[in-house]
Design a protein around this ligand. Structure first.
Ligand SMILES: [Zn+2]
Length: 559
C-alpha cells in the first residue's frame, strides 16, 4: 500500500494499483491547472510508482524484436491483454502513458514546426513533401521504425490570382477564394450576370431555370456551427453543381458559411480530379451585400470573374507509416491514423496538424513505456485526405490482401474539442471491447461511443472493406469557426487537451493490439451493405458520387 497526497483539493491514492479514481482525478487536476509545484509532485509520484510497477513485473523478456534504434532501451512484452478476463495490461499501460505524455515532450515543438515553419501543405505541393520529411524525422527521433509508401495523385492544383469585379450598376470590392480543385475560368475570365438561386433547392432552381444559361450563380448558405452543418456543406453541393451544369451556368459562387469576412477552402470534387465547373467561396458579408444588390437590380448585376487556377500532374505522393511490431502476432495490426496534409490559407493546425502530432506522440509514448503489444501497432499519416481521402484509399488498395489481419483503424480528425468517445462506423460488436480498453480512464467521459457511420475522413475505405473503424467523436470547440481558413493556426491548439487525447489514442491502440482475442471480425460485403443501410451511409455515398464505385467493386470489399 502506498502513501496518499492531494492535488487541487482532490485526494489521490498511491497509484500502485492505478484506478479509475486516480487516473480520472489526474486528468481533472491537469484540466483545472494544478499549481506548478504540485504538478511536479504529481509527476514524480506517478513516475516513481511506475518504476515500482516495472520492478514488480515478472521478467518476461523473450521474443524481443530487432531494435532499430541501438540507443533505445530493450522492450518487454506486457503482462496480459486488455480483455474482459484480463484487464491489467490496459491499466498498467495507462499509468505509464500518462506521465510520458503529460510531462515534457517533443509534441508541442513538433507541431509548431509543422504548422509555423512548413505551414499549409496541399497534397502535391513542395510543402507537403517537407511535411513528409518532418513526419519521418519525428518518428525517428522517437525511436520508432518508419517508412513511406508511394502512390500517384492524379492531379495537382493551386490557386492563381482570383478576382471578381462588379461592373455595375453598383460597385464594391468582393473578397473570394477558389474552391479546391476547381477548374480555371477561360483565359481572360468571364463577363456575366449574377443569378441568385437562393439555397439551390429544386424549388429555387425550378423558378430560375430559364435564366441560368450563361449566368454565374450565387448560392446562399447558413453559418456553420455544428458537425451536421459541416456535413451539409459537403452533401448539398453535388446536386447544385449538377443542376447548374444542366441549366448551362458558367460558374458558381458559394456564400461563405463563416462570418467576419473569413475565407476558407473547400473542395466539391472528392475524387482528386478537377471539378466540373469553376467555383469560388465569397466572404459572407460581401456575398450578402451582393445578394441584396441583385435583389435591387434583378437581371442587371454584371461581373468580370477571373480565376486562373493552375493544375498539373499526375505526381507521386506518400503516406508515412511508423510501426511498433507485436511480439506474439506481428502480422496482425492496429492502425492509429490522422491525415498530414491540409489546405493552405492557414497552417493546418487544427485540421489536422494537431492530430498528426498526436499520432507521432502516441508512438513515442508507447515505445517509451518499454512494453511490447501482442500485435503490431501502425501509426499512419495519410496525405490526399482533403482531396477526397485519396491517400487512405490508396493505402487500402495497396494492402488489400492483408486486411483480414488489420484488427482496427483509429482515426483522429476533428481538431482539439474534447473527445467524448468513438464513432464505431455502424458496428455494435466492437463497443464492449473499446469500453473495456478505456476503463482505466472511465472518469474522463470519453467512453460514450456512437454507432453512426459517415464519409469525411480516412476511415471510409477501411469501413467499406469491413475492417472495424473508430473515429474520435469530439466536441466542436473552435474547429468550425477556423475550418480550412487563414485562422487555422498553431495558437488555436489547446496543448493540454491534445495531450489528454494522445493518452486516449495511445491506450485505444494499445488495448486493441494487446487483447488476447481479436477486437472485431472483418465484415462480409453483405454485412457491410446492411451496416451502410442502417446508418444511412449508402445515401451519403449516393449523394457524393461514391456509390457506383462501391457497386462495381472498384471501392470497398469485392463482391
Ligand atoms: Zn481533416
Amino acid at each position: 500500500m502506498g502513501y496518499r497526497f492531494t492535488v487541487g483539493g482532490a485526494r489521490f491514492r498511491s497509484p500502485y494499483f492505478p484506478s479509475r479514481f486516480y487516473l480520472g482525478h489526474l486528468r481533472e487536476a491537469f484540466r483545472n491547472g494544478v499549481k506548478p509545484m504540485r504538478r511536479l509532485f504529481v509527476f514524480l509520484a506517478v513516475i516513481l510508482s511506475s518504476l515500482c510497477l516495472a520492478a514488480l513485473r515478472s521478467p518476461v523478456a523473450a521474443q524481443l524484436p530487432p531494435v532499430n534504434n541501438p540507443l533505445a532501451p530493450p522492450q518487454s512484452p506486457a503482462l496480459a491483454g486488455c480483455s474482459t478476463t484480463d484487464a491489467s495490461s490496459c491499466a498498467q499501460v495507462a499509468s505509464k502513458l500518462l506521465p510520458l505524455v503529460m510531462g515534457p515532450s517533443p509534441m508541442e515543438e513538433n507541431l509548431r514546426r509543422l504548422s509555423d515553419e512548413i505551414g499549409g501543405r496541399v497534397t502535391g505541393s513542395p510543402e507537403m513533401a517537407k511535411a513528409v520529411e518532418w513526419a519521418v524525422g519525428a518518428f525517428r527521433a522517437a525511436g520508432v521504425e518508419v517508412h513511406t509508401e508511394k502512390y500517384t495523385l492524379p492531379v495537382t492544383w493551386s490557386e492563381g490570382d482570383t478576382r471578381i469585379e462588379l461592373l455595375g450598376p453598383v460597385k464594391f470590392p468582393i473578397r473570394l477564394k477558389s474552391t479546391g480543385w476547381s477548374p480555371a475560368t477561360p483565359p481572360g475570365g468571364i463577363d456575366s450576370n449574377i443569378l441568385d438561386v437562393g439555397y439551390g433547392t429544386d424549388d429555387d432552381f425550378g423558378k430560375q431555370f430559364a435564366l441560368m444559361k450563361g449566368a454565374i450563380l450565387l448560392v446562399h448558405t447558413d453559418i456553420g456551427s455544428t458537425w451536421a452543418d459541416l456535413f451539409n456543406e459537403y452533401l448539398k453541393p453535388p446536386a447544385i453543381i449538377a443542376d447548374a451544369i444542366k441549366g448551362g451556368a458558367v460558374a458558381i459562387l458559394w456564400m461563405g458559411a463563416r462570418e467576419r469576412l473569413l475565407l476558407y477552402r473547400h473542395t466539391n470534387s472528392l475524387t482528386g480530379e478537377i471539378d466540373k465547373i469553376p467555383q469560388a467561396v465569397l466572404a459572407r458579408e460581401d456575398s450578402m451585400r451582393l445578394a441584396r444588390t441583385v435583389a435591387a437590380y434583378p437581371g442587371k448585376v454584371r461581373v468580370h470573374f477571373d480565376m486562373p487556377n493552375k493544375s498539373g500532374g499526375p505526381v507521386e505522393q506518400q503516406n508515412v507509416v511508423g510501426e511498433i511490431r507485436g511480439y506474439e502476432k506481428p502480422d496482425e495490426a492496429v492502425i492509429l491514423a490522422a491525415h498530414l496534409d491540409s489546405w493552405e490559407l492557414g497552417t493546418g493546425a487544427l485540421d489536422n496538424g494537431c492530430n498528426a502530432a498526436l499520432v507521432i506522440e502516441a508512438a513515442r509514448a508507447i515505445k517509451a513505456t518499454g512494453l511490447l503489444p501482442r500485435r503490431t501497432i501502425r501509426f499512419v499519416l495519410f496525405s490526399g485526405e482533403e482531396q477526397g481521402t485519396i491517400g487512405s484509399h490508396e493505402y487500402v488498395k495497396a494492402h488489400r490482401v492483408e486486411l483480414d489481419k488489420v484488427r482496427a483503424v483509429i482515426v483522429f480528425d476533428s481538431g482539439i474539442g474534447r473527445v467524448t468517445g468513438y464513432s464505431l462506423g455502424g458496428r455494435r460488436d466492437t463497443e464492449a471491447g473499446v469500453r473495456e480498453i478505456l476503463k482505466p480512464l472511465e472518469s474522463w467521459g470519453a467512453n460514450n461511443h456512437t454507432h453512426d457511420a459517415s464519409f469525411g475522413t480516412d476511415n471510409l475505405d477501411f469501413l467499406l472493406e469491413g475492417v472495424p473503424t473508430l473515429v474520435a467523436n469530439q466536441e466542436e470547440a473552435n474547429y468550425l469557426p477556423n475550418y480550412h481558413a487563414a485562422s487555422d493556426t498553431f495558437d488555436k491548439v489547446d496543448m493540454r487537451e491534445l495531450k489528454l487525447h494522445t493518452v486516449l489514442a495511445a491506450l485505444t491502440a494499445w488495448g486493441i493490439a494487446d487483447r488476447t482475442e481479436p477486437f472485431g471480425k472483418r465484415l462480409t460485403r453483405t454485412e457491410i451493405e446492411a451496416q451502410m443501410k442502417e446508418t444511412g451511409l449508402d445515401q451519403q455515398m449516393k449523394t457524393l458520387g461514391y456509390w457506383d464505385a462501391w457497386q462495381s467493386g472498384a471501392r470497398g470489399r469485392k463482391p
